[in-house]
Structure formats: C-alpha cells, structure tokens
Design a protein around this ligand. Structure first.
Ligand SMILES: [Zn+2]
Length: 365
C-alpha cells in the first residue's frame, strides 16, 4: 500500500521543500499524508476543471507545479476559484501537492526539462545559490574512521560537483576525561585519556543536516560524539535559478526562433531585435525569469528564453542578448512530463496521469 506521504517524500528527494523561495507555498496543501494513493494526476495549475478531471479518472492525489494556495486563506466560502478548488478537493477526498520553486531550483527540474526540450548540451544552473552548504568536522578513533566516513557518504555527505566520497582527514591526538555518569567506549571514569583520532572534514547540503548527523551518531563508537558544523558561503552549483547550455550547432537567429517555436509548440514568441549573430549558447528560465538577465549576459548566452517580460524590461537586452518571451504556461507545461517520468521510475501500482486540461489563462487571437 502506497501512502500520500510516500509520494511526497519521494518528490522531495528530487526537490526538497527547503529549497523553495521564502514567498512560496510548496508542499502538501490539501489532504491527509497517511491516506492510500489510488491514482495521481499531474498538472501545471490546479484549477476546478483539474479537480473534476481527478474525480472522473479516479485519482485522489493531484501534483501541481503552481501552489493553488499562495497567500493565507482567512475564509473558506467559495467566493473565488482558489477557495472553490480547496472546497471541491476536500469534499471529494482529493489531496493537492505542489512542487514549485523547489522544483525550479534543482538539476533535473523545470529548467533542465526546458533545456532537454531544446536539445541543449552541458547544461548547468544559471544562478547557483549561496549559503546552502555546510562543513562537518568530526573526530573519530583511527580504526573507526572508514566506517564513520562510509556512513556519512551513504547519508549524502562529501559530494562536490561530479565527485562523490570527498573528504579530508588528518591524524592527531584526542584527549578527554570521562566523568560520573559516563559509560566510555575507551578509557575509565575519572582518568585522563589520549586516543589516536582522525579529524575528518566533509561538505554537505543544508537540507541533509538531520540525516547526516543521525548517520554520524549511529556509526560513531563514542557515546558523546564531538563535531562542529559550520555554514559555508560557497555557491552550490547544483541548486539555483535558471539553466544554461549549448546547442549542438550554432543556428542563425531566424532558424533558432523557428526551432524554439517547434520544440516548445509555441504559437508566438515575443523577442527583442535580432542582431545577425549566430545562436549557440542558450539560457532558459521557466516562468518569470527577468531577474536572471544579467547572469545570462555575463555567462555569454546568445539568447534568453523565459516568460512574463514587460515592455520596459525588453530594453534591457541592449543588443547584448536576444530575449525571447515564450509565455509562462508554454515555458512550464512540460513540467507535467517531468513529474510523471520521475514518479514512474519508482511507482507502478496505480495510474500516474497527465492532466488533459489546458489551464493557460492567457489566450491568443
Ligand atoms: Zn510558473
């Protein structure tokens, strides 16, 4: 029996909730985490029509990219579409889960899906986040060093870019005196002790802290484990906003625009003036990505594919880059496919469906 919390825990292995922006509301918005999952419906937006589709298709969990509840709800009487969606979901025992800016911020998330659609190579995060890395230092008797290190690696510590099992250690002498109440692994209560120990250092992501400290305490032989945990200011290259990569072959501008239109199934592209240069390096950001323009320029992107650009913001391209606004819905609609393929890798005992509702509130005439 698979429970809703099994699904949400699995989603959060890809996109931990702690990586969402402070203004966001990703997570389980409606529903009981201990209910059994009967079917999952994946959507970009959770509208009333999508809840109806879930009812009709026997799905009791909707996974959306955009959180239906974004601000506080003070009354629940159905006066707007947000309240009506929540009421309809609760009445019909349907849970709603959202994976939003946390899914934007990870490798393999929304922007990597856009990059995949565009066939980009060597894709990486455009604006890596800071203050998400920590350093753990611990002291372990030499003969237990490898066991403790293995446990730390297993819990996710020691990953730097494409390298696993990264650590540093030096050998030295640890000193301590067990006092009354202690039950020391080495030494005797009331006597000073000296032990050959490794000082082991590993790096970890902030959201892994609990898992890694638990693993440390479990694998370490001492009853009182000595460790320091400190925050690092390093960028975390694997987490952040937007993505950047390269086309296999440079295209002239109008060929690129046609390619973009076909790859993302667009009816229209709003873009800044063309300059006659070839397009090879492409920066992307699903939804409103204007805040990343300078990162895209600095990293040499020829074009920036995003959405939600306003008139005056287009001037910021300054002939250094071509801004392509492809529409918010159009830029993120393939997130449905991303979620379905991720869930399908692990779960096969119930239907995982793609919503057929076009939730785009913007229409073109
Ligand atoms: Zn969006």
């Amino acid at each position: 029996m698979i429970l809703i919390k099994d699904i949400t825990n699995y989603m959060e292995r890809l996109a931990p909730l702690s990586l969402q922006e402070s203004y966001d509301n990703a997570g389980l918005i409606v529903g009981d985490p201990s209910e059994e999952v009967k079917g999952i419906l994946c959507t970009l937006d959770c509208t009333e029509a999508v809840v109806e589709e879930a009812i009709q298709s026997g799905c009791n969990l909707i996974i959306a990219h955009h959180p239906i509840v974004f601000k506080g709800l003070k009354k629940l009487n159905g006066k707007n579409y947000v309240e009506r969606v929540v009421i309809k979901a609760i009445k019909n025992d349907i849970a709603i889960y959202a994976s939003h800016t946390n899914l934007d911020h990870v490798e393999g998330g929304v922007n990597f899906k856009i990059a995949e659609k565009l066939g980009l190579q060597n894709v990486r995060i455009l604006q890596p986040k800071k203050n998400l890395l920590k350093k753990l230092v611990t002291f372990v008797p030499v003969e237990h060093g490898q066991k403790v290190l293995d446990a730390l690696y297993e819990a996710g510590a020691g990953q730097i870019g494409d390298y696993k099992n990264c650590s540093f250690r030096v050998e030295g002498t640890g000193t301590f005196r067990p006092t009354g109440g202690a039950n020391p692994f080495i030494g005797t209560v009331g006597q000073d002790e000296e032990v050959k120990e490794f000082r082991i250092e590993v790096i970890l992501q902030a959201h892994q802290e609990y898992m890694i400290l638990s693993a440390l305490k479990k694998a370490h032989p001492y009853e009182e484990v000595a460790y320091y945990l400190s925050n690092l200011e390093n960028d975390l290259a694997q987490v952040g906003a937007g993505a950047i990569g390269s086309l296999d072959e440079a295209l002239d501008e109008s060929s690129f625009l046609q390619y973009l239109k076909d790859a993302m199934a667009l009816s229209t592209i709003r873009h800044t003036p063309l300059s006659g240069k070839k397009i090879q390096k492409v920066a992307v950001c699903g939804g409103a990505g204007g805040f990343l323009l300078n990162d895209a320029i600095r990293q040499g992107a020829d074009v920036f594919v995003t959405a939600d650009y306003k008139y005056h913001e287009f001037f910021d391209a300054e002939n250094k880059i071509i801004i392509c606004d492809i529409g918010h819905y159009e830029s993120e609609v393939y997130t449905k496919e991303l979620i379905i393929s991720y869930l399908s890798e692990k779960f096969s005992n119930f239907a995982i469906l793609k919503s057929q509702v076009n939730t785009n509130p913007v229409q073109y005439f």
